[in-house]
Design a protein around this ligand. Structure first.
Ligand SMILES: [Zn+2]
Length: 180
């Protein structure tokens, strides 16, 4: 068991790149309700011991399933509900093997799904151009606004439309039948 966990990473590693940092609107601060959790205290985010992983609502799970089925991505996507930097609601990072979409666990369900759709569209529309934009931003050659414009380009817009249609037709308008 220990041997498996201690296995060395392959020699060729690719840097982790931030595909999107979805910033938090100032108005939303402190007003959200945790998804599937009875604890509504905002203090739970920054104090005390780590809590159990938050429960994910059925609506969110169905949305992820619909996106996996109808909106393919060039690399697998891991969706995680947890802590994110204070000023963001969600973010997508990429390494050589996968995208990781991390969503603020304190968001209300509606906001959570909106951020998930946005981040999933980044995964669908990712290209080497987006990597270059990130690298140039990190090197100080691009401003934050230029980074934002470069990663939220036409390809992202088209992908977001497709993602939204999948959500709308497969989740929002789907008959309320219980599936296993
Ligand atoms: Zn974005």
């Amino acid at each position: 068991m220990a041997a498996g966990k201690r296995r060395q990473k392959p020699a060729r590693t690719e840097p982790v790149r931030v595909v999107c940092m979805h910033k938090r609107p100032a108005l939303a601060l402190g007003t959200s309700t945790p998804v599937g959790s009875p604890d509504r205290s905002p203090r739970s985010r920054s104090h005390g011991k780590p809590r159990k992983a938050p429960a994910v609502s059925r609506h969110v799970r169905e949305t992820v399933a619909a996106l996996r089925q109808h909106c393919p991505t060039p690399l697998p996507v891991a969706v995680k509900l947890g802590r994110v930097p204070d000023h963001v609601e969600g973010q997508t990072i990429r390494n050589a093997r996968q995208f990781t979409v991390r969503l603020d666990r304190t968001l209300d369900e509606s906001t959570l799904v909106n951020v998930l759709l946005h981040e999933w569209a980044h995964c669908c529309s990712w290209s080497l151009t987006h990597d270059r934009v990130y690298d140039e931003y990190e090197a100080g050659k691009l401003s934050w606004a230029e980074y934002e414009a470069g990663t939220h380009d036409g390809a992202f817009g088209l992908a977001f439309a497709k993602v939204y249609v999948a959500y709308s037709t497969q989740v929002l308008s789907a008959p309320a039948t219980r599936k296993k």
